[in-house]
Design a protein around this ligand. Structure first.
Ligand code: GLU
Length: 327
């Protein structure tokens, strides 16, 4: 026992001396930054990874170490950012709008005034995938079917409800609504446990590839008749699903639907220098960033300042002004 104590004391001193001799590691305190994303087969997860990669490359300059967390999606991320549990979160532009204005999931808690936007990222489309054998050609055919509308905390859940409501379908009565996470939906569809699922996601996404590449043949269901919906909600726009990414789906042409944008948000409590550093690294190395996922191919720097509702974080404003993206 004595020997053990002696060894422990000796080790303690050795480490103490090592730390003292290597002040670079200890004095420059590393700031840990977390980025909330979504399911690992979505596009948020690799997007969080892409952003983290940009900032982690400059660790020596900023002393920032960014890590990515897989989460339940937009609504979860916004709430976790506001609670200080995440530094950044990726969320749909419509969910950012709702949180800022105190709508949808935030109706009872009111406007979320600490929410700040950083930049927007790739477009996401409301994607309705159905099994060919389930007889679902239009959204109307979902009546009586088992449909995954998404987990609470996800962005797509409200989009699914809006799409159904717009088609005159009550998700509580007219369909059998499931609440599974997007990452589980392809497996449920392939196993015959659901007939269709909604996922609001950028393309290509791993989850949609998984859903279309199984033994059960599947297709995308067009979501049309959108005039009323688009007039009612300022954050929705027409979009389509490029089927070139999903050669195993049985559609022959791109599929019309509606969509939003992925956006990066943070809290007013996050220091300017962290938000500045992340913004600078993504924008200064824009061409490198763009190559990190095919869903970014349509991005321009200017477009990444669009679709934001919450005020820009001052750290982002500082960078955008420096480079002339903001006046
Ligand atoms: N749009 C989805 C959500 O907000 C996540 C999509 C993704 O992970 O790429 O929950």
């Amino acid at each position: 026992m004595r020997k053990l104590i002696a060894i422990s004391v000796a080790l303690f001193f050795v480490f103490g001396v090592l730390i003292a001799l290597n002040p670079g590691e200890t004095q420059a305190r590393v700031t840990f930054v977390t980025i909330g994303t979504g399911g690992i087969t979505g596009v948020y997860y690799p997007t969080g990874g892409a952003i983290a990669k940009m900032i982690n490359k400059k660790r020596k300059i900023y002393n920032i170490r960014a890590t990515v967390e897989s989460t339940g999606g937009s609504v979860f991320n916004i709430n976790a950012v506001l609670a200080g549990d995440l530094t950044f979160g990726i969320c749909q532009s419509d969910r950012q709008y709702q949180a800022w204005h105190g709508l949808a999931e935030w109706k009872h808690r009111g406007p979320q005034k600490k929410l700040r936007s950083v930049f927007s990222i790739h477009p996401e489309s409301v994607t309705l995938v159905a099994a060919d054998d389930a007889g679902i050609k239009t959204i109307q055919d979902l009546r009586g079917k088992r449909v995954n509308i998404g987990n609470p905390g996800s962005g797509q859940r409200q989009n699914a409800i809006d799409a159904l409501t717009n088609a005159g379908i009550d998700y509580k009565k007219d369909i059998i609504a499931e609440n599974a996470k997007a990452a589980e939906a392809p497996g449920l569809l392939q196993d015959g446990r659901i007939d269709a699922f909604f996922y609001t996601v950028g393309h290509p996404s791993g989850a949609i590839k998984e859903a279309t590449a199984g033994r059960r043949k599947v297709h995308f269901v067009p979501i049309t008749g959108l005039d009323k919906l688009l007039a009612k909600y300022p954050y929705y726009a027409r979009a389509y699903i490029p089927i070139k990414f999903y050669p195993s789906a049985t559609n022959k042409e791109d599929v019309p639907t509606f969509g939003v944008k992925a956006t990066l948000v943070t809290s007013a409590d996050v220091p300017d220098k962290i938000v500045y550093a992340i913004t600078k690294e993504v924008f200064d190395n824009f061409e490198t960033f763009k190559k990190l996922h095919p869903a970014y191919s349509v991005l321009t720097k200017e477009s990444m300042l669009e679709g934001l509702t919450a005020p820009l974080h001052p750290g982002a404003v500082k960078y955008f002004k420096e480079v002339g993206l903001l006046k």
